[in-house]
Design a protein around this ligand. Structure first.
Ligand code: PGA
Length: 248
């Protein structure tokens, strides 16, 4: 188990919540107690970025859940990394499976977004993962390596990237990957980084798991050597999130 990689737990609120429920989340996060050895970032709806940033303790990061690939312009409905920073936030989640599969974002667009977000100075939670039929057809490696290959040319600073492996079949389904299934892909991703980027990046890059992480399964997952934390959807809206933050 690596001690050099700080355990990282991200929350992904998705399109949930309002100021009142965000107040509740802020309350339980303030109450904690949160393991100081875990880096915590919450992914919040764009319209609440400022509100969340202003009310959450400084040591907890705030991420947008998406952004566009240029600083400004005629792109109705989009927001830019510059705007996220202007709201006081330092992170963005990109390439989430819902962006890929509900909104049809391509590997190429996601890669461009990651490139621009890094260029603008944000830190990025970059998400990848295979669908159920791809896993059943033994295409998991092929799919995640293709997603990595698309991302890589635009990643200019790996120290500001957290990689989230989220098998699509495990997201919001209550069907978590087993610790062995997740560890297997994480180890292959780390090996991919070693072969295609550098051994330093392979050693230092946090690879987190997402997909139905809960208080019941987080401790076993957190024991695996290549699982450096979690991206948590549903459970990040509830006090359960504190248990997951403290999983290791
Ligand atoms: P889930 O979502 O924890 O609700 O499965 C994870 C995610 O979408 O990041």
């Amino acid at each position: 188990m690596s001690s050099s990689r700080k355990f990282f737990v991200g929350g992904n609120w998705k399109m949930n919540g309002n100021k009142a429920s965000i107040d509740g989340i802020i309350d339980f996060l303030k109450k904690g107690p949160l393991n100081p050895n875990t880096e915590v970032v919450v992914g919040c709806p764009q319209c609440y970025l400022s509100y969340t940033r202003e009310n959450l303790p400084e040591e907890i990061g705030v991420a947008a859940q998406n952004c566009y690939k240029v600083p400004k312009g005629a792109f109705t409905g989009e927001i830019s990394p510059a705007m996220i920073k202007d709201c006081g936030c330092k992170w963005v989640i990109l390439g989430h499976s819902e962006r890929r599969n509900v909104f049809g974002e391509s590997d190429e667009l996601i890669s461009e977004k990651v490139g621009h977000a890094l260029e603008a100075g944000l830190k990025v939670i970059a998400c990848i993962g295979e669908k159920l039929e791809e896993r059943e057809n033994n295409q998991t490696d092929e799919v995640v390596f293709a997603q990595m290959t698309a991302l890589q040319p635009n990643i200019t600073d790996w120290s500001r990237v957290v990689l989230a492996y989220e098998p699509v079949w495990a997201i919001g389904t209550g069907k978590t990957a087993t610790p062995e299934q997740a560890q297997d892909v994480h180890a292959k991703l780390r090996n991919w980084l070693s072969e295609n980027v550098s051994s330093e990046v392979a050693e230092s890059c946090r690879i987190i798991y997402g997909g139905s992480v809960s208080p019941a399964n987080c401790a076993e997952l957190a024991k695996m050597g290549d699982i450096d934390g979690f991206l948590v959807g549903g459970a990040s809206l509830k006090p359960d999130f504190v248990t997951i933050i403290n999983a290791r």
